[in-house]
Design a protein around this ligand. Structure first.
Ligand SMILES: [Zn+2]
Length: 259
């Protein structure tokens, strides 16, 4: 299977799946009463207890990175989350948006072409030792009654995950993977978080999503069977932003969605 030549509004059933390894460079401190933070999850044997990173956490950061880069290049500089999406730039095309609620006030929606899943730590959590502390109210700085649980994820913990791109063109793959590798921090409360290093371990093009972190952490052979990411020999990323920007606008005009 190959990449699509042109971006498509209707799905063509081609899936590019990149297997990622996110490694913590510092200890990360998790407040487990904040749902967007890394959590632990108890799977059945043989996985048992693992640290996990919910996809929404990675996706939000990834989208910001894509937007920041294209803004720096002068492409749709005013497009920004959450109500001011332009609905016609590379970032909106990749990550989707709702036309009516965006300031672009267009009648169409864009479904996200970037699909992800929970990343799972490659190693078991030997023992989760949460401790509770008094939660401090951030408005009046008084110590409330609510207790929060704090868990430390040790540095060098590695997380395996799969990021899928529906109906990929060469430009879309280049932009997505370039920004995956630029993912050097995660999370809303970044001050609580250390740095991360993100690597792409390999990829697969298929007519379905047939890779998952759940299988990857149980079977190393899946990773060794992947196509080598370096074999893709991707073009310069800036030229890809410009090409995709042109192609998306052309597609939306031809579909009579924008003038
Ligand atoms: Zn946009």
């Amino acid at each position: 299977m190959k990449f699509l030549e042109e971006p498509s509004i209707l799905s063509q059933g081609v899936y590019f799946q990149a297997v990622t390894n996110i490694k913590l460079l510092d200890d990360a401190i998790i407040r487990s009463n904040e749902p967007e933070e890394v959590l632990t999850f108890s799977y059945q044997s043989p996985l048992n207890n693992r640290f996990i990173i919910p996809w929404r956490k990675v996706k939000g950061k990834l989208r910001r990175l894509v937007m920041e880069k294209q803004r720096g290049m002068g492409i749709m500089k005013n497009c920004h989350l959450k109500d001011d999406l332009c609905m016609q730039c590379p970032s909106c095309f990749l990550f989707g948006g709702t036309g009516e609620t965006s300031s672009a006030k267009v009648s169409y929606n864009i479904l996200s072409r970037v699909l992800g899943e929970t990343s799972i730590s490659a190693t078991k959590v030997a023992e989760i030792q949460p401790y509770t502390a008094n939660a401090v109210d951030e408005v009046n700085l008084t110590t409330g009654q609510a207790l929060m649980t704090v868990v430390t994820v040790p540095k060098e913990t590695e997380f395996l995950g799969v990021v899928t791109l529906r109906d990929p063109t060469l430009e879309m793959v280049t932009i997505l993977t370039n920004n995956l590798e630029r993912l050097t921090r995660l999370g809303a409360s970044t001050r609580e978080w250390g740095r991360v290093r993100t690597k792409i371990l390999g990829y697969k093009i298929s007519d379905r999503e047939d890779l998952s972190a759940y299988d990857l952490v149980q079977n190393n052979n899946i990773i060794s069977d992947l196509d080598k990411f370096s074999s893709l020999d991707l073009p310069d990323v800036e030229s890809c932003y410009r090409k995709l920007d042109e192609k998306v606008k052309k597609l939306l005009k031809e579909s009579k969605l924008i003038k």
